[in-house]
Design a protein around this ligand. Structure first.
Ligand SMILES: Nc1nc2c(ncn2[C@@H]2O[C@H](COP(=O)(O)OP(=O)(O)OP(=O)(O)O)[C@@H](O)[C@H]2O)c(=O)[nH]1
Ligand SMILES: [Mg+2]
Length: 361
């Protein structure tokens, strides 16, 4: 075979041939694109896959518009979409219920959630979308679920830190994400999916009373609770059993989880660390908030533009109006600039909470 196609590619091609739904076909083509060896010999094939992908995506959109609603296709809203992932009964719905006003079903039996439910989580001056999901098991997940996850901006893996199985739960979730090509080694143009730095773990059911942590560590000062420090740790292990064992499980998780994967101990029951989780979710989204200012007027601090981290003044101009990049001469910045109102060039990299005054020709 001239193109030297790998077994991985051939497997994906086989999956494409066997795919029954449009979503499955799209997923298989995305996988083919992700694993195809990238060299001159496969350029035509790559282009061909991209054409087929875009046709299928159009078709899928047409069907949705025609009223054939796929419940696993959750339209994005707000500053970013966070999709939950976890084994049964770990408290995914309880977490979404604690962080948003979504009407979720929380129950002490497994598989209580059968379809995605979206809600909006306020974070400072923006709203972030959380999507509660049916559980996964080591055998797999509901059809369509991988598609929802590939589309996400962040995946929030939820494990039950009260259970000795929590490391297996985390491993199981990561394995499923790899198998279904939700988790990508690196971001690839035109391929949906998330990289590990877009994943976050909530170790739920660490039922610490927020007030105990505050009084023990005095860590509430800088906004939101901190993780219990070593001194807090020893104090808490002395508390009654469930909390102590969840903290031990947490240490195991921390030790064996892949490097760079943030693990936040939380309790949807007591509210422990929910503020910290909100902030970690915002950080994982990798976005910045930019406020626009018309020359001579006060900035509009009510509705920030949400841009990808690393965005420049030109990106901001494009977000305001598609003609603005052509007309943009320079901008004045309040916030990250050395002094307030400093003039900066078009390629100036913006920081979270900058105020930008665009100067156009
Ligand atoms: N102790 C404790 N129990 C919790 C916590 N969060 C959820 N629970 C309980 O755990 C059980 C399962 O919660 P759910 O939110 O329904 O779990 P789920 O992950 O959505 O479950 P499925 O939809 O079946 O996958 C319920 O009895 C909750 O009350 C927590 O932080 N601490
Ligand atoms: Mg649920």
């Amino acid at each position: 075979m001239p193109a030297n196609l790998t077994p991985q590619y051939l497997a994906a091609e086989q999956a494409f041939k066997q795919a029954k739904t449009i979503e499955e076909k799209i997923a298989a083509l995305e996988e083919m694109l992700a694993v195809i060896p990238k060299h001159k010999g496969t350029e035509k094939l790559q282009a061909d896959i991209k054409t087929r992908l875009s046709k299928l995506r159009d078709e899928s959109e047409r069907r949705t518009k025609a009223g054939r609603v796929d419940p696993f296709l959750v339209p994005k809203e707000g500053a970013g979409q966070v999709v939950l992932l976890g084994f049964p009964n770990v408290g995914k719905s309880a977490l979404v219920g604690a962080l948003t006003r979504a009407r979720v079903v929380v129950a002490d039996y497994p598989f209580s959630t059968s379809l995605p439910v979206a809600g909006m989580m306020p974070y400072e001056d923006i709203l972030i979308q959380l999507v509660d999901m049916p559980p996964v098991t080591s055998d797999g997940m509901a059809p369509g679920q991988a598609g929802t996850m590939r589309n996400a901006d962040v995946i929030l893996i939820v494990v039950d830190a009260g259970s000795d199985d929590c490391l297996d739960q985390l491993d199981g979730c990561l394995r499923l994400m790899r198998e279904r090509r939700v988790l990508l080694e690196e971001a690839i143009e035109g391929v949906r999916g998330v990289t590990i730095d877009r994943c976050l773990v909530a170790a739920n059911k660490v039922d610490i009373q927020p007030s105990t942590v505050t009084s023990v560590s005095g860590a509430a000062a800088s906004g939101g609770l901190k993780l219990p420090g070593p001194e807090t740790w020893s104090n808490l292990q002395g508390l009654e059993d469930p909390v102590g064992s969840s903290l031990q499980n947490l240490e195991v998780l921390r030790e064996f989880a892949p490097k760079g994967l943030e693990i936040v101990p939380v309790s949807s029951k007591t509210g422990y660390n929910l503020d910290l989780l909100r902030r970690q979710i915002f950080d994982a989204l990798n976005v910045i908030r930019i406020y626009s200012k018309v020359p001579g007027k006060d900035p509009d601090m009510d509705a920030p533009f949400v841009l990808r981290k690393g965005s420049t003044v030109v990106d901001m101009a494009r977000a305001v109006h598609r003609d603005f990049p052509n007309r943009l001469k320079y901008a004045r910045i309040w916030g990250s600039a050395r002094f307030d109102g400093q003039s900066v060039p078009r390629d100036y990299v913006l920081q979270d909470k900058d105020v930008v005054e665009l100067h156009l020709s």
